[in-house]
Design a protein around this ligand. Sequence first.
Ligand code: FAD
Length: 385
Amino acid sequence: MNFEVVAEHQMLRDSVRAFMDSVLPEKTIREYDRARKIPKSIWPLLAAQGWLGITVPESYGGAGGDFMHSVILCEELSSRFPSLGTDWLLTSMTARLLQEAGTKEQKEHYLPRLVKGEFLMGFGMSEPSGGTDVLGLKTHATLSQGQWHVHGQKLYTSLADDADAILVLCKTEPETLGKKARALSLVLTDRHQAGVTVRRLDLMGMRAACTCEVFFDDALAPQSALVGERGRGWYHLLASLDEERILCAAMYVGITRAALEQAVQYAKDRQAFGRSIGEFQAVQHPLAEVATELEQITLLTHKAAWLLSQGRDCAREAAMAKLAATETALRATDKCMRILGGYGLVEESPMERLFRDARLGPFSPISNEMVKNFLGERMGLPKSY
Ligand SMILES: Cc1cc2nc3c(=O)[nH]c(=O)nc-3n(C[C@H](O)[C@H](O)[C@H](O)COP(=O)(O)OP(=O)(O)OC[C@H]3O[C@@H](n4cnc5c(N)ncnc54)[C@H](O)[C@@H]3O)c2cc1C
């Protein structure tokens, strides 16, 4: 076992921190959070650092980094601005889907633009009827005279309003013998057209992630906009699930770490009864608990990332990391917020935002109940849903 920090990874951490200090200081993040918007101008700035295509091959303009680079980047962005971490994760996953399932023409056309921040893509899977029971989705697309006609509604599509296109998971095939999974395909649908209406949602957490409701009313996409094989959309997604879960875990490692750092600093600075509150055992203990849990989720997340980068089966560890990190972030933001007393609720404190943003983790991108169902099955127990 080797727990030594790789110099290259540390350099990446340092450069993300320096970037955030100069381009996205806390005051600016707060403004964006209040405005519920990340300006589109931020994406080319991230791209200039090589962070939009950090694992995209250099032949497509990416940085060609390894998966651990993605994990570190996600941790660092999310520790300062979780909404940005959410949208970055999304751009990373859509780039991955194009890379894995796209045609040569699609990759050559879209990946270099994605990597430069010139083309933003949302991903529409969840619907009003539910995000957990994905195979029950209703949005459908039919092919007629060389064009897809998309009809339906997506809910909670992040980035949708700012996106140039939305990768829509929809029914394109009849369900054969109850095989719902074989009825779905991925269709890249232009967001700016008469058939697409987007409505921003006002959420309590991840307010700047631009999460929207999207209506498709005979939205058009050329036949060539099919990403991957017809009727294999669900399977293309399955292939990227472990990566998504590990990056999601990294987000909540970042949030937990940020909450702890703020609470420790506050415990040192804040005075009561003639001494710093950090001298009280009742203040030290929750901090010690969060620090211990942070170490646990960091190790689990990095182990899952290491397994993935070695090409090994990491489905179990990826699911555990997602479960543990998101539940830990909930507890950690709660405990750390208490240490700040009233200041924890003041909007100018990052803690207030971290607390709200951490609420997303237990149910997105997959609910922790479903993660536990999956882990039950991995232990040889019967499928429970
Ligand atoms: C800020 C934000 C950003 C998002 N971004 C995107 C995005 O970009 N693209 C996208 O497609 N989606 C996105 N989502 C949607 C997200 O993935 C869903 O919210 C999530 O999948 C859960 O779906 P749901 O909210 O419909 O809950 P439901 O599926 O209705 O589930 C409700 C509850 O029932 C439980 N449940 C359901 N079935 C079972 C079962 N069999 N066993 C045990 N428990 C069960 C769930 O665990 C959950 O607690 C986003 C959501 C938010 C809030």
